[in-house]
Design a binder for this molecule. Structure first.
Ligand SMILES: [Fe+2]
Ligand SMILES: [Fe+2]
Length: 260
């Protein structure tokens, strides 16, 4: 099973580079499944039904997310009805939305799970124990399990990768918007990367215009952030999973373009 996972799609520039690059990536790599993190897809902050449907129309099968999924209140009822859009599993009970999606892929099934880290993130339930708890249920259904681990601290992400090694097929980090170059196979067959990086503007600061961010650092005063213009980048990975749900190969995918 060949899977493409794309990092946080940021605003209109992110959606555009995904739209422009996907046909090329699809032709080159023939993926069976495309997963993308959509927490910043609507104007850089959150997701809406309209934007999610636009991403599904591009051929994305499952949309994962993170802390920014809640930014647009209109998404709450949509999360309740659309099982292909995931919010992290380890939020407190009663929070809307699903967090694991089972996707038929040929004769196999793929489970996609969204989790968030806690370090510099918030007081969530323990993602390590949450995975342990959900693994029983997921492993009844399939040996193919992809986890989007949405977290800030590299240590927490790497530790999580080792914790689930041999149980998850593939662990991809998201949230920092900066790609790491540590994609690899862990000892027991889990494909791993600390952060996919984002799909969005590359000349701002993590997706937003740079001047307001510089001003904020200089003055410590609050400021309004808007989606940056200029060049865009696409970041993600391509992973090949065998029948036993082990990753046999993982490669970084990246693309850049000018969209002034
Ligand atoms: Fe993000
Ligand atoms: Fe995030």
């Amino acid at each position: 099973m060949r899977i493409i996972v794309l990092g946080d799609i940021f605003g209109n520039p992110g959606r555009k580079i995904v739209k422009d690059s996907l046909p090329k990536l699809r032709e080159l790599h023939q993926p069976d499944v495309i997963i993308a993190n959509g927490e910043n897809a609507a104007g850089g902050f959150g997701l809406t039904k309209k934007v999610a449907e636009e991403l599904f129309d591009l051929g994305i099968d499952v949309i994962t997310s993170g802390n920014h999924i809640w930014d647009k209140k209109e998404v709450y009822p949509y999360l309740q009805q659309e099982q292909r859009v995931l919010r992290p599993a380890n939020y407190p009970p009663g929070v809307p939305g699903s967090y694991v999606h089972y996707l038929p892929v040929g004769t196999e099934t793929l489970a996609v799970l969204s989790l968030t880290g806690r370090v510099f993130m918030g007081d969530f339930d323990c993602p390590f124990r949450k995975f342990d708890q959900l693994y029983g249920e997921m492993s009844q259904q399939t040996r193919h399990i992809v986890v989007d681990f949405h977290a800030e601290a590299t240590s927490e992400k790497i530790a999580f990768g080792w914790h689930v090694d041999g149980r998850a097929s593939l662990v991809v980090g998201t949230h920092t918007h900066v790609a790491t170059a540590d994609q690899r196979l862990l000892d027991r067959g889990t494909g791993y990367v600390t952060d996919l990086g984002m799909c969005g503007p590359m000349d701002g600061v993590l997706g937003v215009e740079r001047q307001p961010v510089i001003q904020k650092f200089l003055t410590q005063l609050p400021n309004r952030f808007t989606v940056a213009s200029g060049r865009s980048q696409l970041n993600g990975v391509l992973a090949e999973l065998d029948r036993k749900g082990k990753t046999t190969e993982i490669f970084r995918l990246s693309d850049q373009e000018n969209i002034v």
